[in-house]
Design a protein around this ligand. Structure first.
Ligand code: NAP
Length: 246
């Protein structure tokens, strides 16, 4: 149970982030939902979470912008009095072969996926150090572990998250703060829905369980790390990929 804890989930209006926010709320945590554009989805989730009997706040912020990320974390502490769990989930893709990739597509993916993790975590860590406890869970990808043609920008950002996670785990472990990453494989969300059928079929073939994952599969792993069960786990990358990359 996470009763009385405060969790911030970035990119919680849809997909994996939404499932994470719902799971942590169902386990009793008060939740700060972050979104960037989809206000309606965030409002709907706010309603759904309120119905679970916990406190919830939706904050619009582009995590790639330092001041907005700062405001997101500050609001959590102001509204709910603590910041116990930070889930850095917000992420985007701008796929393309390197030879055709624009500088803008490279930069945007790095800014949201990797700098966004820095921006939110930079603001959260001093609060957690003061509290003498905290859980930071970063959503990376199997692509950050094994690479993927057409995703040099995305893979670089996700591999960056892994280095960030391991380094920070060493920095703040003595403060009773754990820092881990979860590497999803192919999860059915808006991010993967537009992929060509051929790519989907090939991906499915490469998965030991021969099926795609659901956002809830990732949310369960986040809950495990955020709960008492995860108290002695830090600096790890846990794959939730049905056996896609091992
Ligand atoms: P999704 O369905 O496309 O949802 C993306 C979420 O991120 C939305 O809530 C979106 O907010 C938010 N977001 C995008 N840019 C943002 C920004 N600049 N600031 C704040 N929030 C922003 O994606 P998903 O599939 O759930 O993916 C979630 C995470 O899992 C990502 O980090 C992704 O890389 C990772 N992942 C996904 C898969 C997969 O197969 N789906 C696999 C491995 C890793 P709005 O709704 O407001 O636009």
């Amino acid at each position: 149970m996470l009763k009385g804890k405060t969790a911030v989930v970035t990119g919680a209006s849809r997909g994996i982030g939404r499932a994470i926010a719902a799971k942590l709320a169902s386990e009793g945590a008060n939740i700060v939902i972050n979104y960037v554009n989809r206000r309606e989805e965030a409002d709907q989730l706010t309603q759904d979470i309120e119905n679970l009997g916990v406190k919830v706040l939706a904050v619009q912020a582009d995590v790639s912008i330092f001041n907005q990320a700062q405001n997101l974390i500050t609001r959590a502490k102001e509204e709910f009095g603590s910041l116990d769990i930070l889930v850095n989930n917000a992420g985007i893709t701008r796929d393309g072969l390197l030879m055709r990739m624009s500088e803008e597509d490279y930069d945007r993916v790095m800014d949201v996926n990797l700098k966004g993790v820095f921006n939110c975590t930079r603001q959260a860590v001093p609060l957690m150090v003061k509290q003498k406890s905290g859980r930071i869970i970063n959503i990376t990808s199997v692509v950050g572990l094994v690479g993927n043609a057409g995703q040099t920008n995305y893979a670089a950002s996700k591999a960056g998250i892994i280095g960030f996670t391991k380094s920070l785990a060493k920095e703040i472990g003595s403060r009773n703060i754990t820092v881990n990453a979860i590497a999803p494989g192919f999860i059915e969300t808006d991010m993967t829905s537009d992929l060509p059928e051929k790519v989907k079929e090939l991906s499915k073939e490469s998965i030991a369980l021969k099926r795609f994952g659901k956002p809830e599969n990732v949310a369960d792993a986040v809950y495990f790390l955020a709960s008492g069960m995860g108290e002695y786990i830090t600096g790890q990358v846990i794959s939730v990929d049905g056996g896609m990359a091992f």
